[in-house]
Design a protein around this ligand. Sequence first.
Ligand code: FAD
Length: 413
Amino acid sequence: MATTGGALDAVVVGAGLAGLACAGDLLTAGLDVRLVEASDAVGGRMRSDRYEGFVIDRGFQVFNTSYPQVRRRLDLRALALRPFTPGVLIHTDRGRLRFSDPTRRPREAADLLPGRLAGTRDLLALGVLSARDMLAPAGVLKRGEERTTRSALAAAGLSEEFVERFFRPFLSGVFLEDELETSSRVFHLVWRSTLRGTLCLPTDGIGAVPRQLADALPAGTLRLESPVDRLTDDGVLLTTGTELAAKAVVVATGPGPAAALLPAAHIGPYRTTTTYYHTADTSPLAEPTLLTDERRRFLNTCVLSEVVPGYAPAGTALIATSVLGTDTPGREARLRTALAEAYATDASAWRLLTVRTIEDALPAMPPPHRLTTPAQLAPGRFVCGDHRATGSVQGALASGARAAREVLRELRP
Ligand SMILES: Cc1cc2nc3c(=O)[nH]c(=O)nc-3n(C[C@H](O)[C@H](O)[C@H](O)COP(=O)(O)OP(=O)(O)OC[C@H]3O[C@@H](n4cnc5c(N)ncnc54)[C@H](O)[C@@H]3O)c2cc1C
């Protein structure tokens, strides 16, 4: 076993959002840090690939500008963000209905007139719920009663009919579960950021977000293609046989590898999602809008090339559609039928470009769910990642920040 140099202050294992945030904060505090990443680029679950001239994110995802960690760490202007239309379209048996934000797009709010998307009581209850989630201090939402999202929506006075039409399809795409069994605290925080922020995508793909964080690290900090095999008494052992000695080790690898490297981390179950990428000669929906399905045959779909034209070569439309679970025989054919209905078009000539299944996409977050969990497991041993907070960009970055604070507390009491 070869050991390189003297002991570092810290080794951070994994250059997803959590590891990037942790390493960045430790470097800012003046520590000697290495960030080691198994694959050939940073980003983890938030990466984009070039595929046959298209930009393919590792599963459909959106970027929310209102997350506190996002505002603190990222230069949003440099990401050249392209927004989705605020709100969503819902495919129903009565045709397509638009759930829009009347404060941002009053002219598109016709479906919010009583009797179309919802009745007067539901609209009033929705207004009260939204005003509270948007305006109350975040601490109030974090301390609110903990129950399932379904119970919280019922307690807010929303009818089951409206919940089934709007919230259940919409939130299934957010939490990657379609029973509304996610913690109500997580729901209120997500609803708050949806109302306050803008959903968008960077012009160069979602992977531009972690790349910007990595570009800010001093040269020599990041080592790509350096998988960690195991933790040692002195630091970490890379699969190449090289040992990196460090006073503190932070495991930021995502759930599976973290459980293997640090069994004491006790990581809960994750949700799986699959995104189907189709191409078409003409765009089936001439606007950058999320479309959900009241019958929940898919989580959501959108014409990505309407959001960011550069995701597809000129003259081609790129459509991303996500479902729960994995790709199974016949699933794409059934999905195509549902998409033809939802987009009110003939989808038989669409080409299936590629399929992305992300096994460990988001942690399951049923109540009671701890919004933040300590990073330190033992002296010199820390863990971070979305499983220590919430399954989101905000959660991953915040857990990295927390791990950095705890490392600093140990190394500089
Ligand atoms: C399909 C999908 C859609 C999503 N949609 C949204 C959304 O719309 N909004 C939102 O806020 N969030 C969304 N998320 C969640 C968000 O992307 C994640 O919460 C976040 O990226 C997790 O970051 P992380 O750093 O915790 O873990 P990861 O991104 O998993 O990073 C772990 C890193 O560790 C590396 N690694 C693993 N093993 C080793 C090893 N042995 N040695 C060295 N390195 C190793 C991996 O290669 C990886 O780079 C979505 C996620 C997915 C998958």
